[in-house]
Design a protein around this ligand. Structure first.
Ligand code: PLP
Ligand code: ZN
Length: 437
């Protein structure tokens, strides 16, 4: 057996990874990576420290220092009267050893995904994004030289920047919202399947395993499992990844205490998983996503907007909440903003609105008495350090993407993309660069 295989959580079938994101038998349940080796810490940069449990069999060529910085909180801990509050900071905060230059944990997903694609497919990745994912993929594309097609809603363009010239990124701006971007990305792949492959979203094991590194890093830092884990969720990809990495660790070392309780937070007024969970439903129904467009526009943390999160399927959010006696929180914009202010003032770093949603959930849980003073708590600050990045004299110019294509007809887009890709390859060859496809 190789280093890892993918196992269908529905039928148990094991398959070799050919950038496989769905069970060959057509099951809807998730594929999960199964690693044959135990986890030993590698002397590699960034998240590759956990290479053993990331879907890669070769020496990583996607190099990056981006990884979580786990530390014991003093400021917020004092404020909430918690003795063992740990923060997993995922963003830019050099003083804490956090060097995620696109300022969110999406960058880990990009690192692991490019490496996985490099090893398992010759096709070009297509990513649909509300902004933060595209930024992560653009940054990593810039540093590893692999091309990527990013499809984003037009209004997310302001979120697209990188600290390196992202010259291998082809950008498609869609008139509409995130779900429209998802549709366009899918059509591009359908129209030209020999050239393009959908990155896979929550079905992509590289994304989940990379986000689960948050937990691995925390456990090594804390020497125990946290009793409670807090995170803001849009799709829940990160939370599932944390659950999966925790499962691997628990199977390995029996002396570790039990699985952390997952406390997952969404931003009202658009919180379909929160609504379904509160109604004790295992499925999201149309009522949960009613008036999506209007509600998404009202969200303070709109990166958390997702109409079709992996909630009901095998291995999805409903299941991991059940398995961990988890809880969901609905956070208003006001609660998020005041949590954000509090965090910034007591911890000394600015945070992403989505991360503020997680902080607000922790505050709620403490107020409700769900958490005891002594409990070990891990708070995932999934993004932050934008202000810190701007202050830093090390910061490069925030580059504009090189190509924007208006979404017209899919055939036209695909034709333009093919030209773009050809252009990239040519320019790279002329410049004597090797384009890693
Ligand atoms: C995407 C994102 C999330 C939510 O992650 P999911 O895996 O989609 O649940 C949380 N915080 C930040 C900063 C994000 O960019
Ligand atoms: Zn199956």
């Amino acid at each position: 057996m190789g280093k890892y295989v993918l196992r269908c959580l529905e039928c148990g079938l094991r398959v070799a990874d050919a950038y496989t994101n769905k069970c060959p038998r057509g099951h809807d349940g998730l594929l999960r990576s199964e690693y044959s080796c135990e986890l030993s810490l590698r002397k590699l940069g960034g998240i590759w420290k956990f290479w053993d449990w990331l879907p890669s069999t070769e020496k990583p060529f996607v190099n990056s220092d981006a990884m979580p910085a786990t530390y014991k909180s003093e400021g917020l801990a004092r404020e909430l009267r918690l003795r063992n509050l740990y923060v997993s900071f995922n963003g830019f905060w050099p003083e804490r050893g956090a060097f995620v230059e696109t300022c969110t944990f999406k960058e880990y997903e990009a690192i692991a995904t490019f490496q996985r694609a490099y090893e398992t497919t010759s096709r070009i990745l297509v990513v649909a994004s509300a902004g933060n994912t595209a930024r992560g993929f653009a940054q990593v594309s810039a540093s590893c030289g692999m091309p990527v097609v990013c499809v984003v809603p037009e209004k997310a363009l302001r979120r697209l920047w990188a600290t390196k010239e992202p010259s291998h990124v082809v950008l498609v701006a869609v008139r509409g919202d995130y779900p429209d971007a998802i549709r366009v990305a899918a059509s591009i792949c359908d129209a030209c399947p020999h050239l393009f492959v959908s990155e896979g979203g929550f079905r992509n094991v590289a994304r989940r395993d990379a986000l689960g590194v948050v937990l691995l890093d925390a456990v090594f830092r804390m020497h125990v499992f946290p009793t409670h884990y807090f995170q803001a969720v849009g799709s829940g990809t990160g939370a599932i990844g944390v659950f999966e990495q925790a499962t691997r660790l628990l199977n390995e070392s029996k002396n570790m205490r039990g699985m952390p309780r997952l406390h997952l937070a969404q931003n009202l007024p658009f919180a379909p998983m929160f609504r379904a969970w509160k109604a004790r439903r295992s499925k999201i129904i149309p009522e949960d996503t009613a008036d999506a467009e209007i509600r998404i526009r009202q969200m303070y943390a709109d990166v958390l907007s997702n109409k079709n999160p992996p909630y009901a399927l095998k291995g999805g959010v409903y299941e991991i909440l059940r398995a961990t006696h988890g809880e969901m929180y609905g956070i208003t914009n006001e609660e998020a903003k005041s949590a954000q202010k509090l965090f910034e003032s007591v911890e000394g770093i600015d945070i992403d609105p989505a991360a503020a949603v997680a902080v607000a959930a922790l505050i709620q849980a403490v107020e409700r008495g769900v958490i005891r003073k002594e409990d070990t708590v891990l708070l995932n600050i999934s993004g932050g350090g934008y202000k810190r990045l701007n202050e830093s004299h090390l910061t490069c110019l925030l580059c504009k993407m090189d190509a924007t294509i208006r979404a017209l007809e899919i055939e036209e887009i695909v034709k333009e993309l093919q030209e773009c890709i050809k252009g990239h390859t040519q320019r790279a060859t002329e410049a004597g660069e090797t384009l890693n496809i």
